[in-house]
Design a protein around this ligand. Sequence first.
Ligand SMILES: [Zn+2]
Length: 411
Amino acid sequence: MTNWKVAIATATAFLGAQAVTTNYTSSTDPTKIEVPDIPQTTSYDVNAECQYYDSPFAAYDKASWPTTWEIATSNNMNTSKEFTDLYNSIDWTKVPNIQPRKLDANGGLDMTTYNVPQDTDCWWSASGCMTPKAEGINADIYECPEPETLGLTFDDGPNCSHNAFYDFLLEKKQKASMFYIGSNVLAWPYGALRGVKDGHHIAGHTWSHQLMTTLTNKEVLAELYYTTKAIKYVTGLTPLYWRPAQGDLDDRVRWIATQLNLTAILWNIDTDDWAAGTVPGITAQTVDQNYKNFIEMGKNGTFANSGALILSHEINNQTMDFAMQHYDALHDAYDHVIDVATCMNISNPYVEQSITFPTFEQYAKEGAGSATGSGVSPAGTDGADSGAFSVHSLTNGPLFIAALFAVLVFA
Ligand SMILES: [Zn+2]
C-alpha cells in the first residue's frame, strides 16, 4: 500500500491572505468554454495559426490596461484609480526591506554586492532558496511530493502556434500546468481558452516577463495583478499560482505575491529547451540529452523518495517538439506524469470553485480526467527560465523573450 503524502498546498494558498482591493471581471463561464472553429485555432500551419484575429476580448478598454510587453505600470497604470486603490489596500509597512536588484553590463542580475552564503533575502537566483526567511509569505512549490511522479509544466504561453502540441496532449489525455504571460493572454485569447477547455492547470507568468527582483514594489504588484486580471478576463478563472520569469524571486517579491494570494511554483529539473540554438553552448542536442537524463532519473531511483517538477516551454515550436518527442519515454519512466495542481493535491488552484482538480489519490485511482468543470484534470513548466545555477550565463532573458513575441503581438 502506498502512503499518500499529506498535501499542504491547499491551505498555503491562503496563508497571509489579505483583503486587497481588486477589480477582476469576466463574462466567461470557465465550465462552458467554446473556442471558435477558425484557422487560428485549428491549423497546424504557423502562419495561419498566428494570424491576428478579432474576438470579443479585443474590445477591452485599452486605457485601463498596461501596454502589452511593457512593464505593467505602463500606460499610466501606476497612477490609475484601480491600481492606486489596490496599492493602498496593502499594508506596505510589512514588506521586507529589500532593494530592487540591478542588472550588470550583460543584462544579467548583478550579484556582486550580495552575500550569497548568508542569503538573507532568500533570493532564488543567487542561492536556489525556496523557503522564505521573512514571515507571512507563501513558500514556493518546487517538486511533486509523491515518489516517481513527474509534474509537467510549460511556460510562456499561450503561444499562437500551439495547436499541434495541445492536440498531442489531448490525444495522450495528458494534463499539464501552463504558465501564461498576461500580454500573451490578451493577444491570443482563444489559445488561453483552449488551455482551460482542455483541462490544463493555468497559472500566471507575469505581464511582460521581467526579472521580478529588479522591479520596484509597484512594478512587481502591477506585473502580478494585471496578469491575473488578464487570465480572469479571458478565461473566467483567477489563478492562485504563478511562476516568475527565470525563477527570479526573493522575499520581497514573494511577499507582494502573497498579498494577491499568489504562490510561486518553481521546478527541480530544467530542460533548457528555450535556449537551444540561442544561447552559446546550448544546442538541440543539449536539450535532447537533458530530456534523456530526466528519463533516466525516472528509472534509476533519483526520485524514489519525492518527485520531479520539470521546466519546459511552449515558447516556440522547437520547444514544443522536444516535449512531444520525449513524451512517451518520460511517461514510461515515471509512475505518474501529471499537472502540478494534481501532484500537490491542490483541488482549487483558482479562486473560482467551479473548476476543481483531483487529489493525487483520486488521480491515481481514477486516472486523469476526473477534474470537474469544463475539462478534465491537468499537470505543467515555464519559458526562458533557466536552472537554479545557470541563470548568470543566460543574459537578457526577458528581452529575448519579449523580442520573440513582439512580432506576434497586435498593436
Ligand atoms: Zn518564461
